[in-house]
Design a protein around this ligand. Structure first.
Ligand SMILES: *Cc1c(COP(=O)(O)O)cnc(C)c1O
Length: 407
């Protein structure tokens, strides 16, 4: 199918409207040129520290440790959180696969939690149900009764720019002695009841992949207020080197550092993060206004307690009106040169994470019926108008006609 040939985040064909591409309008080239001029192109150089300090300050944590990508940040976060092989980690099933893979990297096992249907985030009521009805709590340890394994941590994934409902989640974590690792890779700058996501749990993870709110080409960051965790993360991401002359290593470390060149881009991007968020919100507001009366199309929702950054604007189609789900609209938009994307296969259904006995019907429905539409920071009004017209044309065609399924 034509749509699978397009790599999300990659530039669409000439003249097409891309889903979400980088916006490099500031000091990026000046800072990168400085790396080249001074010969500091690798992981030593002033930009790494500068980018870390700028990010920590922005998120409001005491520490930030840069990593080669967001997945590496999640891997290291699990290690410094003390997650052990054969532990269980509770995680959102409706997410990009990365946090679940990271759980397996440390030999632990995911427990999948379904999404709630309004904001598509981890359903904290399901988390509560899991902890209260399926776990036992003894000697300061939560244990899954069915598997006998210790439940050690929770990874709430703030997807699409919107926060998870964190207060009840943090309360459960406190009650059951669980570490909270926030996957804030899609929601840097979003706020929960006024507080910045990534700084709400014990440790937060960010990504600067090409399609994220700000980008370094590829990169990540771990943010925390915990001195020991930050120090350990710094150590493990730089090969756990105890002696740089004799090459003595005190642990099995990782080469997970961000390069100075990437960090230079990050510094420039961070200078304009406010503008990026304002653009995302402007785009979302325009879509909201245009789609509010459209039959069969539900605009993206924002909780009263949330300040979303609308990373990817995602609409939900009425499953009654469109029994085949969002792929029909994806093809209709594709035919007009507009890139769109369904949500991820919920990870409990992923071939990479079988077998498991999770039942997550809401995530499965969202995977079928939701569609993310162009949301680049640099999306022009003209291009957004093309998207709006494409969505409206699809929605105003008689639903019976669009029910005809092509093989
Ligand atoms: C982007 C992303 C990551 C990290 O991705 P990297 O490409 O490794 O930087 C992790 N989790 C989620 C939910 C993501 O969307």
């Amino acid at each position: 199918m034509s749509y699978s040939a397009r790599e999300p985040g990659a530039p669409a064909a000439d003249g097409d409207v891309s889903l979400c591409v980088p916006h490099l309008g500031g000091n990026e080239s000046a800072y990168i040129e400085e790396c080249i001029r001074t010969n500091f192109v690798s992981s030593v150089g002033q930009f790494v520290g500068r980018f870390e300090r700028a990010t920590a300050e922005y998120v409001g944590t005491a520490h930030a440790v840069a990593t080669g990508n967001g997945t590496a940040a999640l891997h290291i976060a699990l290690i410094v959180a003390g997650v052990q092989a054969d532990d269980e980690v509770v995680v959102s099933t409706l997410t990009f696969i990365s946090p679940v893979n990271a759980i397996r990297y440390v030999g632990a096992w995911p427990v999948f939690i379904d999404a709630e249907p309004r904001y598509f985030q981890m359903d904290v009521a399901r988390l509560k149900e899991f902890l209260e009805t399926q776990c036992e709590w003894a000697g300061g340890v939560a244990r899954n009764r069915a598997t006998g394994r210790r439940v050690r941590a929770i990874i709430p994934v703030h997807i699409l720019g919107h926060p998870v409902d964190m207060d009840p989640l943090l309360e459960l974590a406190r009650r059951y002695g669980l570490i909270v690792i926030e996957d804030a890779t899609e929601s840097l700058g979003a706020r929960y009841k006024g507080a910045m996501v990534g700084a709400l749990g014990d440790v937060g993870c960010l990504s600067f992949n090409g399609n994220k709110l700000i980008t370094t080409g590829g990169g990540g960051m771990l943010v925390t207020n915990d001195d020991a965790m930050a120090k350990r993360a710094q150590y493990l991401t730089t090969q756990a080197k105890d002696d740089a002359i004799e090459f003595i290593h005190g642990a099995v470390g990782y080469n997970y550092r961000l390069t100075n060149v990437a960090a230079a881009m990050g510094c420039a991007q961070m200078e304009r993060i406010g503008e990026h968020i304002a653009a995302k919100r402007r785009i979302a507001q325009r879509y909201d206004e245009q789609f509010s009366e459209l039959p069969g199309v539900r605009p993206m929702q924002q909780a009263a307690w949330a300040e979303s950054v609308f990373w990817l604007y995602t609409i939900l189609l009425d499953g009654e009106r469109y029994p085949a789900g969002s792929r029909q609209m994806l093809r209709a938009l594709d035919a007009r040169g507009i890139q769109s994307r369904p949500l991820w296969q919920p990870v409990h259904r992923s071939p990479a994470h079988q077998p498991n006995d999770a039942r997550c019907p809401v995530s499965e429905r969202l995977q079928k019926d939701a569609l993310s539409i162009p949301s680049s920071v640099g999306l022009t009004e003209e291009d957004q108008q093309r998207v709006i017209e494409g969505v409206k044309a699809f929605a105003s065609a008689p639903p019976t006609a669009s029910r005809i399924l092509r093989p």
